[in-house]
Design a binder for this molecule. Sequence first.
Ligand code: C2E
Ligand code: MG
Ligand code: MG
Length: 432
Amino acid sequence: MTLPLTELTAELASLSEFLALLECEISRADNGASVAVLVLSLRRSDRINALMLPSHAQEARQLFSRRMQPILRDKDKFVFVSEDECWFILPRLASEALAILAVHRLLNELAKPFKVASQTIFFSPSIGIACAPMHGQSAVSLLRAADIAQKNAWRDNHQFVLSRALEEHGALPENLLTVLEEVLDANRLEMRYQPKVALRERKIVSVEALVRWPFDHALKVETTMLIDTAERYGLIELLTMRVLNQVLAQYVAWKNDGLDILVWVNLSARLLSHEQLPQVLARALAIWGVPASSIGLEITESALIHDIEHTTSLLFELKAMGFHLSIDDFGTGYSSLAYLRRFPIDELKIDRMFIHGMTESIQDEQIVQSIIGLAHNFGLPVVAEGVEEERTLKALEQLGCDQIQGYLFARPMPGDQLIAWCRDFHQAQGST
Ligand code: C2E
Ligand code: MG
Ligand code: MG
């Protein structure tokens, strides 16, 4: 059954409508009335398109709208920003407590699974809440605060988190931009390296380079926040060059010490539209005398599906230059594997969200199992990231996963510790 969405539901048709309404409500939010923003991540059990028909996705969305209707007031609105994420505006609230009450009702509703065609869809929602004027006084700052709260909720396994004091994130951006420019100018970013281990042979195959904010800096900035800020303020090219130069210098140092190892570098989505990307990469390699075949590029799934034609030709160009290519965070971008097959990729990394969940949730395990099965059908090896526990490793081994990466074997480490770590690791494996 199809619903006339606009008439019946609180769902707004577009993000711009949502933002305009939010700005308008924020401007009224003084005199004791506040406006709450909720960022809701649904974590639907069917969020891999490969497992779901498009018509079912549409039906599930309509069902969601219908379920929301009775628990929302007329003035409450929401918008879908992706198949798995919704943003809500709850305007003119007498107190913050009312926002929390609304969240409880929402969670109650989502605790009941949806039936779509012959499928049952479950949710593992997490919600971030932010209120104006307390946590932000513009649509962007409020959404940002709610988004951070949602990520904290997800990370700490809470169903919802209320945004904390303003200074924790509100004051950061302006300051952070200046400080980030200083850090980049002074080339102070640090690198850590995390091994990828072949599961069957228990052998180190490669390492992933992960950037870190300088440890001795007065400000503490998490890597995701660092990347996010660099992307937002147009500093990602510079950051990537800084990273690449450190990585290439490290590769040469390892090689001189007898370790010739493939190093993976993360490429931000924004960089894919950089016209000179292949040339810039080639220049850096030439300076250090490193062959492209010693470097891998990890690109997140969502970045690939943005501008398919351009991405396809770019990836073929990078592949022809000799780079290894990996799809990072697979499972979060709703693309089907059949679709990704057109790209000349060498491996697929399953997002750690699914890996964390797989020993607890049968759905997450099924998702991991089907990703591995499909990837193998296409001849692609699979890496599982975020493996922290022995039982996860055992489960992945049974499912035929090819490589793992995670705290169980090693946390990201400074480059000068890698050679000793590899030796100890192989000795320990040899003695078991
Ligand atoms: P990613 O590429 O998916 O990297 C994996 C993240 O998982 C890393 O977080 C890593 O430290 C973390 N991780 C690895 N094993 C485990 C585990 O067992 N448990 C848990 N809880 N976490 C684990 P990190 O270093 O904070 O990086 C976050 C993201 O930032 C990366 O996700 C990547 O998208 C981006 N990033 C990191 N370094 C760079 C860089 O040099 N350039 C660009 N453009 N992005 C980067
Ligand atoms: Mg990565
Ligand atoms: Mg990843």
